[in-house]
Ligand binder design. Structure first.
Ligand code: GDP
Length: 708
């Protein structure tokens, strides 16, 4: 089947929000309006619309799908007197909505969605404005340079303020934000919005607000609207020298020019339009969809995608063209109750075809594409091809995990990788019965394929399974999913901090594994040097063997032995990291030397070296932000200090105190409960991993003795 929509008519975007801002409601409304507009003619207004909505509900709207496809004809085109057929042909766009989670414990989900979306609508609660999670998500969006629109939602709520919310965006997120709408009335009097570019009012009626009426701006708002429009126009003309000089001479650009220049500025991340409404009361969401189409980029508006050549490591780029070599990124592996495993991917260039083979360049393996689907609000569409700029899911891939590149085997590329933080917390998990044991293995494998910040390892000595994640909540959810989706009953231990070890000094060490009494012996002998590396750099192995002191074929086994020994550090058995190991000498025996002997020698040398190089323990330090009413401030800051925390900033946000601090993770267990009791239930906090730091000696002693 040929391409249905030209790539210019595709928008890949996400809806980003802190929990409770209204993401679900906004998404439901979007799927409703796009569904109705797509099927217009079948359904009209009032009861019919509600019925349709009910049916959709029963069939289960898949708003939680990693990528949902829908279609949109801009609402402002509907007044032009064209037939539905013509409207579709001329103006219908394909929207691929990429799901982004609200909770920050799911960094990985947020990051991987940012990686594949081209633009985002950021939703705010019009009562509380910017909240800590919005700030964190905003920073991720900055990291990936995602063009954005802001939607100040819930303006019907008591206490809602467009101005305060907008001010909080300016103060805490960006000075580039600029309203393109103003609300008409607020709280229970919230009626609709003024479009500052068109200088018209828009009101929404009908059971689901599906009827849009354009009116003159209310007289009481005329002055204000004029002033705000001028501010907006100035921001827009600033983007273009010619427009600016014309404007200074008194010539205002026409609507199309204004929209075009604003679009360019949004895509370049220079301006962020601010819209408003109430998703619950069905006001304003259609205009957000119009703005997505008008201001957020299509895949061709962005620079070509970068990647590396897996053979040479050199940089490559891929253009969003259907006939270019295929390059796609797998961004989520999900388990669908009906079709099994689904690998969601975005095509950056070329075409991905059903029935063909695709090369997983990250793993170096070929995979066959048996079936492909696209997820819509209420059905799965089987597709044969997915073109550049589009998203879809492959059914039943075997070895592809989140973050892998899928591409043309003859033109391999590895797309810019998503970097995931290392897990900071672990717990032991034990299946209840023998039957659970098998199921648990399958479940843990599946779950770790879906989520690269979730890891599984085994304790060789006790035979127990250990799972690793980003926080208490993250692992709680994993254990819960294991029960619900895979029927595994298991006993879980207490969450433990994932400490690490490193060295502070340098040392040389020898590893000798020699056994030469009778028969074929063992002979491995290495000399290494260990040195500390910068925090967060991991491990580096350097081979400086000259003159064949150790034959080439035994070098890799030495490295392997060293790596194995890193897994169990010399202070308290935690992983050793940020260490450089140089193999500089050794010896071998013609007959007795073997890979196994050199591997053991490598392990022995590493252990010896680490012991001599001032080994220390490292602990994860978390960045926390706590919000409390000012009367509880003293208790909360005192508590943070008693947790070895460092307070970094204290700010006022209306009558709330915002405390930014860094605190060791080991001190943070149970903080949610403690904060609740310290603040009569009115405190709130967010936490994310920041860095690893040396554990103070007195605390280290407790960890070594197993008391902490
Ligand atoms: P999410 O957590 O961001 O997905 O938020 P939801 O869409 O689930 O909304 C959280 C709560 O806010 C729900 O009770 C919604 O009914 C309510 N809500 C969402 N949008 C609005 C709105 O525009 N006005 C009001 N008053 N409530 C809203």
């Amino acid at each position: 089947m040929p391409r249905q929509y030209p790539i210019e008519k595709v928008r890949d975007f996400g809806i980003i929000a802190h929990i409770d801002a209204g993401k679900t409601t906004v998404s439901e409304r979007i799927l409703f309006y796009t569904g109705v507009s797509h099927k217009i003619g079948e359904v009209h207004e009032g009861d019919t619309v509600m019925d349709w909505m009910e049916q959709e509900r029963e069939r289960g709207i898949t708003i939680t799908s990693a990528a949902t496809t829908c279609f949109w004809i801009p609402s402002y085109r509907r007044g032009e007197g064209k037939s539905e057929e013509e409207l579709k042909k001329l103006y219908e766009h394909r929207f691929n909505i990429i799901d982004t989670p609200g909770h920050i414990d799911f960094t990985v989900e947020v990051k991987r969605s940012m990686r594949v979306l081209d633009g985002a609508v950021v939703v705010f609660d019009g009562v509380s404005g910017v909240e800590p999670q919005s700030e964190t998500n905003w920073r991720y969006a900055d990291e990936y340079q995602v063009p954005r629109l802001c939607f100040i939602n819930k303006l019907d709520r008591t206490g809602a303020s467009f101005e305060n919310s907008y001010k909080s965006i300016l103060e805490r997120l960006t000075l580039n934000a600029i309203p393109i709408q103003l609300p008409i009335g607020l709280e229970s009097n919230f009626e609709g919005v003024v479009d500052l570019l068109k200088m018209k009012s828009f009101k929404f009626s009908g059971a689901m607000g599906e009827q849009i009426t354009e009116e003159e701006i209310p007289a009481s708002m005329a002055e204000e609207a004029k002033k705000r429009r001028q501010e907006l126009i100035e921001k827009i003309v600033e983007q273009d020298d010619d427009l600016m000089s014309a404007y200074l001479e008194g010539k205002e650009p026409d609507l199309d020019t204004l929209k075009k220049v604003l679009r360019k500025a949004v895509i370049a991340n220079k301006l962020v339009p601010v819209l408003c409404g109430s998703a619950l009361k069905n006001k304003g969401v259609q205009l957000v969809l119009d703005a997505v189409l008008d201001y957020l980029p299509s895949p061709v508006d962005l620079p070509p995608t970068k990647g590396t050549d897996p053979k040479t490591g050199g940089e490559l780029t891929r253009e969003p063209k259907d006939d270019a070599p295929a390059a796609a990124l797998a961004f989520k592996v999900a388990t669908d109750p009906f079709v099994g495993s689904l690998t969601f991917f975005r095509v950056y260039s070329g075409t991905v075809k059903k029935g063909s083979y695709i090369y997983n360049s990250t793993k170096g393996e070929k995979e066959r594409i048996g079936r492909m689907v696209r997820m819509h609000a209420n059905h799965r569409e089987e597709v044969d091809e997915i073109y550049a700029g589009d998203l879809g899911a492959i059914v039943g891939l075997k070895n592809t995990t989140t973050g892998d590149t899928l591409c043309d085997e003859d033109n391999p590329i590895i797309l810019e990788k998503i970097t995931f933080p290392e897990p900071v917390i672990s717990l032991r998990i034990e299946p209840k019965t023998k039957a659970d044991q098998e199921k648990m293995g399958v479940a843990l494998r599946r779950l770790s394929e879906e989520d690269p910040t979730f890891r599984v390892s085994g304790d060789h000595e006790t035979g127990e399974t250990i799972i690793w994640g980003m926080g208490e909540l993250h692992l709680e959810i994993i254990v819960d999913r294991m029960k619900r989706e895979f029927n595994v009953e298991a006993n879980v231990g207490r969450p433990q901090v994932a400490y690490r070890e490193t060295i502070k000094g340098s040392a040389e060490a020898e590893g000798k594994y020699i056994k030469q009494s009778g028969g074929r012996g063992q002979y491995g002998h290495v000399n290494i040097r260990v040195e500390p590396m910068e925090r967060g750099t991991g491990f580096e192995f350097v081979n400086e063997i000259k003159g064949g002191a150790i034959p080439q074929e035994f070098i890799a086994p030495v490295e392997k032995g060293v790596k194995e020994a890193l897994a169990k550090g010399v202070v308290a058995g935690y992983t050793l990291t940020d260490i450089k190991v140089t193999l500089y000498d050794g010896s071998y025996h013609d007959v007795d030397s073997s890979e196994a002997a050199f591997k053991i020698a490598g392990s022995m040398a590493l252990q010896e070296g680490a012991k001599r190089a001032k080994p220390i323990l490292l602990e994860p330090i978390m960045k926390i932000q706590t919000l409390v009413p000012s009367e509880f401030m003293g208790d909360v800051t005192g508590d943070i200090s008693s947790k070895r925390g460092k307070i970094e900033a204290m700010n006022d946000r209306s009558n709330i105190k915002v405390i930014d601090a860094q605190v060791p993770l080991s001190e943070m267990f149970g903080y949610a409960t403690k904060l609740r009791s310290m603040s009569q239930g009115r405190g709130n906090f967010t936490m994310e991993f920041d860095h690893y730091e040396e554990v103070p000696a007195n605390v280290a002693q407790l960890i070594i003795e197993g008391k902490k």
